[in-house]
Ligand binder design. Sequence first.
Ligand SMILES: Cc1cc2nc3c(=O)[nH]c(=O)nc-3n(C[C@H](O)[C@H](O)[C@H](O)COP(=O)(O)OP(=O)(O)OC[C@H]3O[C@@H](n4cnc5c(N)ncnc54)[C@H](O)[C@@H]3O)c2cc1C
Length: 372
Amino acid sequence: MAEFVGGDDAAGGGRADCDLIVVGGGPVGLAAAIGARQRGLSVVVVEPRSLPLDKACGEGLMPGAMAELARLGVEVDGHTITGIAYRQGLGPRFATHDFEGPSGRGVRRTALSGALVQRALSCGVTFVDAKVTALVQDARGVTVSLGGGSGIRSRWLFGCDGLHSPVRRMAGLEAAPRRRLVPARRRYGLRRHFSVTPWSDRVEVFWARRCEVYVTPVGGATIGVAILGGRGLDFDQVIASIPALAARLDGAEPDSTLQGAGPLRQRVRRHGVGRVLLVGDASGYVDALTGEGLRVGLAQAAGAVAAIAGAAREPVDVNRAYEHAWSRASRGANTLTAGLLALAHSPFRRLVVPISAAFPAVFGAAVERIAR
Ligand SMILES: Cc1cc2nc3c(=O)[nH]c(=O)nc-3n(C[C@H](O)[C@H](O)[C@H](O)COP(=O)(O)OP(=O)(O)OC[C@H]3O[C@@H](n4cnc5c(N)ncnc54)[C@H](O)[C@@H]3O)c2cc1C
């Protein structure tokens, strides 16, 4: 990655080094960078971790995410996903829905990151191996500090720096957590891969007593297992508590280290201020329960790029344009996730799978809603 040191102008708020700084080289940041290059903007991605990146994720790319990757010219390996299945114990507590249109794909995070990095490099995106430690904006641009006295100045900045976004904090966009979200209700995620031939082309979601377990086929001989639940999740204990899954994984070799993420719920005051826009998990997050974070994040990235590209052509209120785009990309999914989460934390939790099985049209409509 390039060692990027902005000139005196950069530090002093003068000439911009580029049109757009993307803080964070996760999938949403890289998608935004590629999209901005496709519109002719000069882009610098700042990411402190070595690429390709890994992260705790269920790794199910919904059909809508696949369509957006195709539009960006990104091709990913992995395993076809034809639909979603909800399971609870054995027997009739089983709801399934297969996507009505094109399929999705289970893709290992490192493979997704690698494909996005290759595409970004081929589009002319510049990478800087650093952490953004401070930002200052004025009417004409944003200057970020990268530590060691170096800095970059750009016309626009996207904070794509994940759940615990430093950009969100630096830009004053963080909202206080709701008081009723007591620590016991905070949710976390864990993920690990196993060398097992996938037994299904669907993402299987096992509804356990206090957590949900996602099994995603990500290759011809590999599955990913992600668990969502409260603090103190014990991966092995959870698997052992689901006999149908424990039997499948009995003797299977782990194919990755255990990774975690959380707390998942993150609130924001707005999704942008001035020349700083928040995109992806950084822009607020409800939960991974419905498994469409990447689809939504990629749609937000497209909306953010369109908003700043529009401003290059004619005077537009970029913050307003992005708020509209963010809402279009996220509101429906967030409402569905929040509703399911409320059910998951209610006494009716044990009815989620039986009701989904009893009303396949409702379950199917919900799956189609998160898929696209
Ligand atoms: C357990 C779990 C399961 C999930 N399952 C699914 C699923 O099946 N399907 C799906 O679509 N979504 C799923 N999600 C959601 C999905 O993982 C996220 O929505 C997605 O990773 C968001 O990507 P992002 O690029 O916004 O953030 P990230 O991938 O978190 O990337 C943020 C990047 O910013 C960088 N960064 C942070 N601070 C700085 C700084 N100061 N300077 C520069 N860079 C910085 C970080 O190093 C990181 O690389 C799941 C999430 C969890 C936790």
